[in-house]
Design a binder for this molecule. Structure first.
Ligand code: PEP
Ligand code: MG
Length: 417
């Protein structure tokens, strides 16, 4: 049997922040799969626990044998069985015993091993022959908040999407051109800017939120005119990081401004209208389903309203969002929920309810390229995985290879906004 697991190996490797993370190899009779876990900095409180107490070292020293002895002899093709066993080994709801990051790395490595046993790329093994659409890359241009130093903007991510690109190569190069133009525009504002970047490869300048918004808009327009590709600005507020629970206000430290929920909603709407934002992520904190619902109702037809910390890739939580009309898109980060099976369940529920799945990297990444395959397998119209930097281009360049492999590859259908 080609897909029977013969060995599982776990090792400690570096992530892009220099922190330890886990890489797993799954070896079958006829195949091999390798995957590594990413990690977040602005994490949602309802995410599964990344690592058990004792961290990666505990997983290597104490848990590797437990996991491998359970998995050896199982069929890697039966992903749901593998994921069930992993959850059983853990035994907790929030995966705190062996860690969601341990589980996600094993789960993804097992799927890759099964695919490799049949000599198939992962996107095809999971998505079949009809998985032919390539997601648009939503690229990080300026980093702020928890992903940059204290003089950078409060808004966590200033992103762009080349929605007029006709293929993935055109799309990723349009993003890299915007990234380069933004550096020039920052430099013109602050001649002392030394080119520092944040965790996701966006620039981390000493400028205000409004200056960043102006620069972002101008770069989109200029590169759009130069290339003839429509490029639209987008934002991730990561508003849970801005929310002060005691004061019940969003605190914009850099501008010395505090906004209550009503003011925050008005502010977000004003930015969407002024800058023709295509996509807004986490404009409100992770518990404000009501605020999300209001914003979606009032402006969701003009801009994609996406939930990250609010849903944490969890289908049970997404269900509540759907019932309330909170958001119309969801960030998909496999390590927020732990297994590929549960990730898929969330994607399926989202699509059945017209929520756009946006497959996403984490701020702490490795050169693992699995999410590029997942985005194609799930026919997700958007992938958020940076624009520049080794751990970001690992995914973007993999999409270029995937596009080349698929005979009838076409860019995804993006919703009109
Ligand atoms: C990628 C993000 O950051 P992190 O990985 O730090 O949660 C995000 O908030 O969308
Ligand atoms: Mg986010």
């Amino acid at each position: 049997m080609e897909t029977v697991i013969e060995d599982v190996r776990v090792r400690k490797i570096l992530d892009s922040r220099g922190n330890p993370t886990i890489e797993v190899d799954v070896i079958t009779w006829n195949g091999f799969g390798r995957a590594a876990a990413p990690s977040g900095a602005s994490t949602g409180t309802r995410e599964v626990v990344a690592f058990p107490e004792g961290g990666v070292d505990k997983v290597i020293s104490e848990l590797e044998d437990v996991i491998s002895s359970e998995l050896i002899g199982m069929d890697a093709e039966y992903l749901e069985d593998i994921d069930l066993i992993l959850k059983e080994i853990d035994g907790t709801e929030n995966l705190s015993n062996i860690g969601g990051n341990t589980i996600v790395a094993v789960s993804m490595a097992a799927a890759k091993a099964a695919a490799s046993s049949y000599n198939l790329p992962l996107y095809k093994f999971l998505g079949g022959n009809f998985a032919t659409s390539i997601p648009y890359p939503l690229g990080n241009m300026i980093n702020g908040g928890a992903h940059a130093g204290k003089h950078a903007p409060d808004i966590q991510e200033f992103l762009v999407i080349p929605k007029g690109a006709s293929d993935i190569q055109e799309a990723v190069f349009a993003n890299s051109k915007v990234h380069a133009r933004i550096r020039e525009l920052i430099q013109a504002k602050d001649p002392e800017f030394t080119g520092g970047k944040g965790d996701e490869g966006g620039w981390a300048p000493k400028i205000s939120n409004y200056e960043a918004l102006e620069i972002q808009a101008r770069a989109c327009e200029e590169i759009g005119d130069e290339t003839g590709i429509e490029i639209r600005p987008s934002l991730d507020f990561a508003a849970t990081e801005l929310w002060n629970l005691k004061e019940e206000k969003y605190v914009y430290r850099r501008e010395n401004i505090k906004r209550d929920t009503g003011e925050q909603i008005e502010f977000v709407k004003e930015l969407i209208k002024t800058y023709k934002m295509f996509f807004i992520e986490d404009p409100l904190h992770e518990s404000d389903f009501q605020g999300f619902a209001q914003l979606t109702k009032e402006i969701g037809d003009k801009c994609i309203i996406c939930g990250d910390d609010i849903f944490v890739t969890n289908y049970k939580i997404l269900k509540k969002g759907i019932e309330m009309g909170a958001a119309n898109a969801i960030i998909i980060k496999p390590n927020q929920i732990g297994t590929l099976t549960d990730t898929y369940k969330t994607v399926k529920l989202a699509k059945e309810n017209n929520y756009i799945p946006v497959v996403s990297h984490r701020s702490g990444e490795t050169t693992d390229e699995t999410i590029a395959h997942l985005a194609v397998a799930f026919s997700a119209p958007i992938i958020k995985t940076g624009a520049i930097g080794g751990e970001r281009i690992a995914k973007l360049n993999e999409l270029i290879r995937i596009q080349e492999e698929i005979p009838y590859a076409r860019m995804a259908n993006l919703p009109e906004r």
